[in-house]
Write a protein that binds this ligand. Structure first.
Ligand code: AMP
Ligand code: MN
Ligand code: MN
Length: 365
């Protein structure tokens, strides 16, 4: 099913955000946690700024409400990527193996489906109540109460809405977490999702006194020299395929575990690589294929608008948004890219940058 913005829909099949009843149910779920109740916060595997920032910002808010038995976690290795080492609320984090087995309340952040919760998926069944906060149009409504707003630029927009309804005022700690989340998912206020409401929220966060220059430098503009050299090598092998995606063009590259090892780098440094690849003017679609195991690859897809990359990702077992999506690929990097090529033609929705350029080139002089 396709929504008005070309987004792939599932779940309720609606682009509408949470109803008044949804907000009320979520507020009740938090208020009904007993004084000694255990609350477990979970975000998606391989957490990004929105996942971590939304989760920790909400955790700090719950702490302000007096929730004492409170944990935050995510599936996979209990390792926070270096850019997030300065985030407030990191002391809430525990390894997944130590997370409450049967919390009174579990809250999930920025995960479109239960599969994004890895081994922690069982908490959806063992928890007293499962609350889902998200902004993916493809959200499968896998919890008990859902605050899913496909119009929200980040999950942190939903978090701010819930904290407000719970009567928790923004402080600098909460604001920094939510700001990291908001800047991550809007590409530092550059992407289409950057609405007036996004800037109004940013203004409320900045009003707490947080320092946007310091935060952005730490999150986006700070990496080891080895990562700079690694980027050079991986960008040097990028391939441009102008005829892919019905002539809209595809640019792609890959990075192996061996590449990481040779440059002494951790996998998280590759998260920023797609931002260099997607600059390619001749391609609407960009792709980075990152090895995570012998025959397993984490795939990042981006579009400038002519192709709905969430359709490609969903078709290949993943998910995401129209302009940014991903999936886990198996086999060789070439096999993974071949599967992407096979999905691109069906995902063309028209418009986008390339179309604009074509229009400019036929403009009478
Ligand atoms: P990334 O390229 O990792 O920054 O991911 C872009 C977007 O794609 C994320 O915000 C997720 O919504 C989605 N995504 C990435 N990987 C997966 C996956 N394996 N399964 C489902 N959704 C994914
Ligand atoms: Mn995310
Ligand atoms: Mn997000």
């Amino acid at each position: 099913m396709t929504g008005p913005a070309g987004t792939v829909l599932s779940g309720t099949g609606s682009d509408a955000g949470p109803t008044g009843a949804d907000w009320a149910a979520a507020v009740d779920a938090v208020r009904q946690v007993p004084a000694d109740g255990r609350v477990l916060l979970i975000c998606h595997v391989n957490p990004d700024g929105d996942a971590l920032g939304s989760m920790l910002g909400f955790g700090l808010g719950l702490r302000r409400l007096g929730v004492r038995r409170l944990q935050a976690t995510f599936p996979g290795p209990p390792e926070v990527p270096e850019p997030f080492h300065g985030l407030p609320g990191l002391d809430l984090l525990v390894p997944a193996s130590e997370a409450y087995p049967d919390p009174d309340l579990v809250v999930c952040f920025d995960a479109a489906s239960a599969s994004r919760l890895g081994d922690l998926v069982d908490r959806l069944a063992t928890a007293g109540t499962a609350l889902v906060l998200d902004h993916h149009a493809s959200n499968t409504r896998f919890g008990g109460i859902h605050l899913v707003d496909p119009a929200a630029a980040a999950t942190s927009v939903v978090v701010e809405g819930l904290l407000d309804r719970l009567g928790v005022p923004l402080d600098a700690g909460i604001a920094e977490c939510l700001y990291v989340a908001l800047t991550t998912d809007t590409g530092s206020f550059r992407f289409e999702a950057t609405t007036p409401a996004v800037h109004e929220m940013a203004a409320r966060l900045l009003a707490t006194g947080i320092r946007p220059g310091d935060i952005s430098r730490r999150i986006f503009d700070h990496r080891p020299f080895g990562a700079v050299r690694l980027f050079g090598e991986v960008l040097g092998r990028a391939r441009l395929e102008p005829s892919a995606a019905g002539g809209r063009g595809l640019v792609w590259t890959y990075a192996t575990l061996d590449d990481l090892a040779r440059h002494g780098q951790r996998p998280y440094v590759l998260e920023a690589l797609i931002d260099s690849v997607r600059c390619t003017a001749e391609a609407d679609v960009s792709c980075v294929v990152k090895q995570v195991a012998a025959e397993e690859w984490a795939v990042s897809l981006r579009s400038k608008g002519a192709v709905d990359v969430s359709r490609v990702a969903v078709a290949l077992g993943g998910g995401g948004h129209r302009f940014a999506a991903g999936f886990t690929g198996r086999g060789t990097a070439d096999e993974v890219v071949e599967r992407i090529r096979g999905q691109l033609d069906d995902a063309v929705i028209g418009g986008g940058d390339q179309e604009d350029q074509r229009r400019v080139s036929v403009f009478p002089r």
